[in-house]
Design a protein around this ligand. Structure first.
Ligand code: FAD
Length: 385
């Protein structure tokens, strides 16, 4: 028998949706084409509205439970705002931090070393000055100083591409040389409480072997936020694979190119992406569309003379989006088996398409996308009952 529900999209939205369905005993499969926005995000857990975002209570308990199952993020435990550092020299609040990312709030008032390893994209001297000048640092008396990680890396390695450089630390020998250089740093800079490096800790550190290594370091070593295309994407992918395996949810790598519905369910036409692309058809009782925004590849805007046409990257029969009808398209006319994101529907309904479509470029924050995944799954369960 085919799976009951297909969840399209394996970003945070689709992952929360499938986690919610699995816990309700609904059989589902996750289908995704390629890395989306979630893989490009920075490692901070942000929620909306921003006015409440920095309070731990801003993440609802069921999403906190999801995050604990995913094992990739840590939420603030008290009413204390977490503070994170970007690799461009900015300090900001966050609702939670991904594993490896430094939560500065635990080191308020202390001396933070900014790791100097000779990389052009991480100027420790400039960063230490920039962090020290920021409001939070001045208010809390937190000092940032250059911390040379002597001997941790070869000179020729310093400017390897970020993805390659970050994987070096997954090697046992390298872990030893970093440990030794931290040991030296502890002797030469006894006043340092922690070392802040760039996004260099590889993709495995949230897994048990990684945790063991980091727990035994002579000085705690953490990271700034990650840039797009940084190792964060790999970290998320590994955590996602482990979670889906534990839930016994299958993850299929395919691009959905078409959806059709009849009285029995929904037929998806897929292009399998795991090898030479080939088309196949699958049937499901329901489909949850968690395909993200334009940045993640799920929504597309096709320009035409004098305007633009907005739609999902999936062809669906029924009311089509055409240049003249953008304002009139009502997603509630779509077959009941397809569960769409209301926010996207609102934007498509609006007459001022380009302006309202801005919210579709990206789908907000991780917290918002996760909440949407949960609400899509709950709607699916409600339809079932
Ligand atoms: C550079 C960057 C930095 C960010 N930093 C932060 C941050 O620090 N904190 C924060 O909270 N948020 C951040 N965000 C926002 C956050 O990443 C997104 O809000 C969130 O990841 C969206 O998740 P999603 O699941 O809705 O979409 P996505 O993660 O984009 O997932 C979409 C999924 O749909 C799949 N898909 C699309 N079309 C198809 C198709 N036709 N067939 C099959 N599969 C398809 C894709 O393969 C993908 O798996 C950042 C975003 C970007 C781009």
């Amino acid at each position: 028998m085919s799976e009951k529900v297909a969840v399209l999209g394996a970003g945070i939205c689709g992952l929360v949706a499938s986690w919610t369905l699995a816990r309700a005993g609904i059989e589902c499969v996750v289908i995704s084409a390629s890395a989306g926005e979630t893989e490009q995000s920075s490692g901070a857990w942000d929620v909306e509205p921003w006015t409440q975002a920095l309070l731990p209570s801003a993440t609802p308990p069921e999403l906190a439970e999801f995050l604990s199952d995913l094992g990739l993020f840590r939420l603030a435990s008290a009413k204390l705002q977490m503070v994170v550092a970007s690799s461009s020299g900015v300090l900001r609040g966050a609702g939670g931090v991904g594993s490896g990312i430094l939560d500065l709030s635990s080191y308020a008032g202390k001396n933070v070393g900014v790791a100097e390893v000779g990389r052009d994209d991480f100027d420790a001297r400039w960063l230490a000055r920039s962090f020290s000048e920021q409001h939070w640092a001045q208010q809390t008396g937190t000092r940032f100083v250059v911390a040379p990680l002597m001997g941790a890396y070869e000179t020729a390695e310093a400017n390897l591409p970020l993805a390659v450089f970050s994987h070096l630390l997954e090697n046992e020998e390298r872990s030893l040389s970093v440990t030794r250089s931290l040991e030296r740093l502890r002797l030469t800079h006894p006043d340092l409480a922690v070392v802040l490096g760039g996004p260099w800790l590889g993709t495995r550190l949230h897994e048990s072997s990684g945790t063991g290594f980091f727990a035994s370091l002579p000085l705690p070593l953490f990271e700034t936020l990650h840039p797009p295309e940084g190792p964060w994407g790999g970290r998320f992918e590994r955590a996602r694979t482990a979670l889906l395996q534990r839930l016994t949810i299958r993850h299929e790598h395919a691009r959905v190119v078409e959806m059709r519905e009849d009285a029995e369910g929904v037929t998806l036409r897929l292009l399998d992406m795991s090898g030479t692309p080939f088309a196949l058809e699958r049937r499901y009782s329901k489909v949850i569309v968690a395909t993200g925004g334009v940045l993640g590849g799920g929504t597309e805007i096709k320009p035409f003379a004098g305007g633009a046409q907005l739609g999902w990257s999936i062809h669906k029969p029924g009311p089509e989006l055409s240049s003249g009808e953008l304002g009139g398209w009502d997603p509630s006319l779509l077959p009941r088996g397809w569960l769409y994101d209301d926010q996207a529907a609102q934007a498509v309904r609006g007459q001022r398409v380009l302006r309202s479509a801005v919210s579709l470029l990206g789908t907000g924050t991780l917290g918002r996308a996760a909440a949407r995944g949960r609400s899509l799954a709950l709607r699916c369960l409600k339809q079932d009952s």
